[in-house]
Design a protein around this ligand. Structure first.
Ligand SMILES: *Cc1c(COP(=O)(O)O)cnc(C)c1O
Length: 386
């Protein structure tokens, strides 16, 4: 039995919320397609106003935002950066590109976030940066991580790629460290196809980031009339998205709360409907600490037994439901092993990564579709291979 294509429920589906194409047309008609035009400006102002960010800079991706953050960190080759292993390669690559060594720390059993209790034992004389990754838009324990960073003089770079519009003790993710990276990739909550932003608060960082992002030139100052010509003043790269991308993003940001609210309704529905499976011990549901307001970025379940995952995913797929697992831990990847990573070092990461399954969750996923995902899961545990 195979579900017909029309009734397939994909894991993710990029969407438009309304004015995207009108805005793209406006950008084209205005004749400004390169970066830092009016739509980029509008996105920047929206982010700064809505999330209380002193300065937000749009970037071509979340990866580029992390790379820009890494360029702003005081890093020499051989310096060390603390981060979870249960994350995307970009979290590590941004710093590895600077010659830094990633030091992987295990995650918490409940939130799958960097385990703050294990950070201090991995801090050495060359540790410079700690990177909390807010998995599924649920904040890390930023009070404790901030205090540890302060004690040891470390820079906190938040990987808030999944954390757009989520908060920790009422403050928006991405604004809690010195630097915060967002992603607007088509798999995230607010989309631009590919896109990202870096949140900055330090005056010196803001001044330097503008230069790094503009190919190492003081072009931004020139356009503000602060210098009479612009020239090469620092290292840098091209880290501006085009206005076409910014136009799409602008349309989505204006509806950010609506997108978040719908995702949260989906998330809550899954959580309520699947609670009986959790009570039966078949799986575990996500945990959101009281101080965290998440953004419905992801709905995952942790199966009771790793051997269940492949048959479970295959069963759902057969019935037209595309559920997926997530990261292969970085420390056991071929690249992670080059930095001394070995299986057995991070038991929680290794265990949970093999049991985690993400369910379809996107803007536009209908209630009947959600119910089909839920019913198929119940059916598996009633009748499928166990
Ligand atoms: C998506 C993601 C990134 C990378 O963002 P891109 O926009 O795809 O470059 C980095 N870190 C985490 C945790 C992510 O989920």
């Amino acid at each position: 039995m195979s579900a017909p294509e029309a009734s397939r429920i994909p894991f993710n589906k990029p969407f438009m919320i309304g004015p995207e194409l009108d805005y793209i047309r406006a950008a084209v008609e205005r004749g400004h397609l390169a970066g830092d035009g009016p739509f980029t400006q509008q996105c920047r102002e929206w982010l700064e106003r809505s999330f209380t960010i002193p300065r937000a800079l749009l970037t071509p991706s979340g990866t580029a935002a992390l790379e820009l953050a890494a360029l702003l960190c005081p890093l020499e080759p051989g310096d060390e950066v603390i981060l979870p292993s249960y994350t995307f390669s970009s979290t590590a690559n941004a710093f590895v590109l600077r010659g830094a060594k990633p030091v992987f720390v295990d995650i918490r059993e409940d939130t799958l976030n960097l385990d703050e209790r294990l950070i201090e034992e991995r801090i050495g004389p060359r540790t410079r940066v700690v990177v909390p990754v807010h998995y599924a838009g649920v904040a890390c324990d930023m009070d404790r991580i901030g205090a540890i960073a302060e004690r040891h003089g470390l820079v906190v770079v938040e990987d808030a790629a999944q954390g757009v519009n989520a908060t920790y003790r009422g403050r928006f993710l991405g604004t809690l460290g010195r630097l915060g990276a967002y992603s607007f990739h088509e798999t995230k909550n607010v989309l631009a196809g590919e896109g990202g932003a870096l949140a900055l608060r330090d005056a010196a960082d803001i001044e330097r980031a503008e230069i790094l992002r503009e190919k190492g030139t003081n072009r931004a100052k020139f356009f503000r009339g602060e210098v009479d010509k612009y020239t090469w003043v620092d290292v840098g790269s091209s880290l501006l998205p085009s206005e076409i991308v910014a136009a799409y993003l602008c349309a989505q940001l204006e509806h950010c709360d609506e997108i978040t609210a719908q995702r949260l309704r989906t998330w809550e529905h899954y959580a309520q409907a699947l609670a009986p499976l959790a009570q039966q011990g078949r799986l575990r549901l996500p945990c959101v600490p009281a101080e965290c307001r998440h953004n419905g970025h992801m709905f995952y379940v942790i199966l009771a037994d790793a051997a269940q995952r492949d048959p479970f995913l295959a069963y759902l797929k057969q019935r037209g439901v595309q559920a997926v697992f997530h990261y292969v831990p970085l420390h056991t990847s071929p690249m992670g092993q080059r930095f001394g990573g070995r299986a057995g070092q991070l038991p929680v990461t290794e265990d949970l990564s093999e049991r985690l399954v993400r369910l379809p969750c996107y803007y536009g996923l209908t209630r009947p579709e959600q119910d089909r995902v839920i019913e198929t899961m119940f059916e598996y545990f009633r009748t499928g291979a166990r």
